[in-house]
Design a protein around this ligand. Structure first.
Ligand SMILES: C[S@@+](CC[C@H](N)C(=O)[O-])C[C@H]1O[C@@H](n2cnc3c(N)ncnc32)[C@H](O)[C@@H]1O
Length: 263
């Protein structure tokens, strides 16, 4: 099976539209939106690469921003189009984060790469996607690049929920037996990284890091407890999370991280 066939198969049967809707699922969305809103300015043009069903794209278009979106999987684009309201200034095309030649250089004030790096398996491909995101962004523009973080996933999907068989992963070489660093191939769907891998990827780019954020912190690990919170407790949890999500001593526990940098 080719890379895109694994992905197509996965997203054709995955309820991507609902992923961020549960209480614990909103933590990642609300955190990312908080940082987007910190930097976005009236009249800004936004590109979302790997837009999925358009949660971020539609939220921003509904706030009046002009949004272009690129998405690899037709099934997600169909749902993206169904979710589009008549008053949104928004476009979506089918395309690949590795080749954004449909878009000129220096076009966007803000570029969101929130997903494709989850599914690129070599350093070269990840850097190519980041290079393309930087190329289409204006000088001074802001770029958000999201990753799946291996330790958070291993604790949640592995030791807690048994969706990942840690012993089998070690046996099959998907986890390094000395360091527990992860290694994926297209058939594994998700590429899991650590902060040092992200620093290594980013070292070649002439950009300035503004924030490195543990987007969902411990939210997936304590998903049942979060979903059971009353609204007041959940607001308090969010306040705690927003206050601590840039703390270095909490970076490893997160399942997702977003690297926010300026061109
Ligand atoms: C986890 S979803 C995130 C969707 C959306 N950005 C969000 O955060 O809600 C990842 C998305 O990236 C898309 N994707 C994966 N690889 C891609 C690539 N090489 N180019 C463009 N999109 C890609 C997937 O099809 C999927 O819709």
């Amino acid at each position: 099976m080719k890379t895109n066939e694994y992905l197509t198969n996965f997203y054709n049967h995955y309820d991507e539209n609902s992923r961020l809707v549960s209480k614990h699922g909103t933590v990642e969305f609300l955190t990312t939106m908080r940082y987007i809103e910190k930097y976005i300015k009236s009249g800004d043009r936004v590109l979302e690469i790997g837009a999925g069903t358009g949660r971020y794209s539609h939220a921003l278009a509904r706030q009046g921003y002009t949004v272009d979106a690129v998405e690899l999987i037709e099934h997600n684009i169909d749902i993206f189009r169904q979710n589009t309201r008549a008053d949104e200034k928004i476009s979506v095309i089918q395309g690949n984060a590795l080749d954004l030649s449909a878009f000129p250089d220096n076009q966007y004030d803000m570029t969101l790469l929130l997903g494709p790096l989850y599914h690129l398996y070599t350093k070269e491909d990840k850097q190519q996607a980041i290079r393309e995101a930087i190329r289409v962004t204006k000088q001074g523009g802001i770029i958000f690049a999201a990753y799946v973080i291996s330790d958070g996933c291993l604790l949640d999907e592995g030791f807690k929920r048994n969706n990942i068989n840690v012993a089998a992963y070690l046996r099959d070489g998907l986890l390094d037996s000395e360091t527990f660093a992860a290694k994926s191939e297209p058939k594994d769907l998700f590429e899991l990284v650590r902060k040092e891998d992200i620093d290594d990827l980013m070292g070649v780019f002439p950009v300035t890091r503004l924030h490195y954020v543990a987007t969902d912190g411990c939210a997936l690990l304590i998903r049942d407890e979060i979903d059971a919170m009353d609204d007041e407790t959940f607001q308090l949890f969010l306040q705690y999370h927003f206050t601590t999500c840039e703390r270095e001593d909490l970076w490893g526990i997160t399942s997702h991280a977003v690297d926010i940098f300026q061109k």
